[in-house]
Ligand binder design. Structure first.
Ligand code: AMP
Ligand code: GLY
Length: 432
């Protein structure tokens, strides 16, 4: 009887995506006793070890539908933003054939919190959530945008309204250059994405990331994290997808944490409920501390990468159960348990990243890793060999009683892994 009951509750799960974030989500979900079959589309060499990778694009909704039907999928977890902004949740919720399948992520309307900077700023203004002062402009309003720039102090922050592959935010110190860029962006420098432009006040402070899981009314708060965005040590050089992360974050003390929850997280979740958004999923608050006060830099409607690689190892309770509760609108009774340990991750990247780089380099050393949780970011399994398949290749996560102990393990792992051209930052975890 007991066996039957346990069997009955096993869930088949499909995770969309194939980076370090999805590997970390899969690793955590796979620890749940309620996890039945686990699939990733497309997954990577790391997830192939314990789950089944399927060669489907997260944006091919009809193919995902067929797969869900064939494999009796109970829960779909959407990793990246693109399928959300393209409406994968709406697709599932409007198809009677898929009425039994639950999906983690917001519907398209609420995904605009990430998909449109203007939409996000208007939401924050409406719900009194602290953020930088701003104005938005559309194509044809070049002169107005330029005179607004004259009212601001340098540096100037120009943001393409839409998704621009992480390249749509420009921070410019020279007024004349900022004016020229504003005109270029409105003229379509980033295509449709920049034909609406947000210009905002520059905020000077330290950035941190907070994540919540919501069912649209209630929420659980996940561990706080910080990512290290730039390619070079001292956080210099080009922006990347993220070169490493730590959790918890030393400057996020009790006072800043309480303000973040009261002024940002709770009003945001209340706002989602007031707007009646169809939103069972993660909310990612990109924050900056300015003189002890939290301000929102951006919302994302998914988990962060590489933050997920330090957040997941610190969650002690059953994530799959929390996700199932969120997807069913039952989050009120869930309690999240978080470890007091520290987690750090160091991202090993390909030579040339974030510019052009070669793929297909053979990785070795994985079998020699000790006390490390490797999350593959851009790898592929070919003829039993792990090959590099992206700019960010592998996130080397480790736990420790303090940040230094965790970092020592992440860096020992970075020295153990080999592939031609391997690079990583040596200053992950340092206070910037
Ligand atoms: P976003 O795509 O909105 O996250 O912006 C990318 C990066 O630009 C952020 O992570 C910040 O480092 C920086 N940034 C964005 N907005 C501001 C701002 N108002 N003041 C200072 N830095 C900003
Ligand atoms: N680490 C930042 C992001 O995922 O957008």
């Amino acid at each position: 009887m007991l066996f039957l009951q346990a069997y009955f509750y096993k869930m088949n799960v499909l995770i969309l995506g194939g980076g370090g974030r999805e590997h970390a989500l899969a690793w955590k979900i796979n620890q749940s006793e309620q996890c039945g079959k686990l699939f990733l589309a497309p997954g990577n060499a790391g997830t192939a070890g314990f789950a089944e990778n399927i060669a489907l694009s997260p944006e091919d909704f009809p193919a995902i539908k067929s797969f869900c039907q064939e494999q009796n999928i109970n829960l779909v977890v959407v990793g990246p933003e693109a399928p959300l902004v393209a409406g994968v949740v709406d697709y599932f919720h409007s198809d009677p054939d898929l009425s039994e399948v639950r999906i983690i992520g917001p519907a398209k309307e609420a995904a605009e919190l990430e998909g449109s900077k203007k939409f996000a700023k208007e939401f924050m203004a409406k719900y009194n959530i602290p953020t930088a002062a701003y104005r938005s402009f559309t194509n044809g309003e070049e002169a107005a945008a330029q005179s607004f720039l004259e009212e601001l102090k340098a540096p100037y922050v120009l943001k393409a309204d839409g998704l621009a592959a992480g390249k749509g935010v420009l921070i410019i110190s020279d007024l004349a250059e900022a004016k020229a860029e504003a005109a270029a962006m409105l003229g379509g420098k980033f295509g449709e994405a920049s034909k609406t432009l947000v210009i905002e006040e520059f905020l000077d402070g330290k950035e941190y990331s907070v994540f919540a899981l919501t069912d649209g009314k209630e929420h659980l708060v996940l561990p706080v994290a910080k990512d290290y965005k730039r390619i070079g040590e001292g956080d210099t050089g080009l922006n990347t997808g993220g070169m490493g992360a730590v959790s918890p974050v030393s400057f996020v003390d009790d006072s800043l944490w309480v303000k973040t929850i009261e002024q940002v997280v709770e009003p945001t979740i209340k706002g989602l409920a007031s707007e009646n958004f169809d939103y069972a999923g993660f909310v990612f608050f990109g924050l900056i501390e300015v003189n002890g006060e939290p301000k929102v830099i951006e919302y994302n409607v998914r988990m962060g990468d590489p933050e997920t690689e330090v957040v997941m190892p610190r969650i002690e309770s059953d994530l799959l159960q929390h996700l199932w509760a969120a997807a069913n609108g039952n989050l009120a009774d869930e309690k999240i348990e978080i470890s007091d340990s520290f987690c750090t991750t160091v991202m090993a990247v390909s030579e040339g990243y974030p510019g052009s780089y070669e793929k297909g380099k053979v990785m070795s050393g994985l079998e020699n890793l000790e006390d490390c949780i490797p999350f593959h970011a851009g790898t592929k399994l070919v003829d039993g060999k792990v090959l590099t398949a992206g700019g960010r290749v592998i996130a080397l996560s480790a736990m420790g009683a303090n940040k230094e102990a965790a970092l020592a393990k992440s860096y020992a792992a970075a020295k153990t892994i080999c592939f031609d051209g391997i690079q990583y930052r040596n200053d992950i975890g340092f206070d910037l």
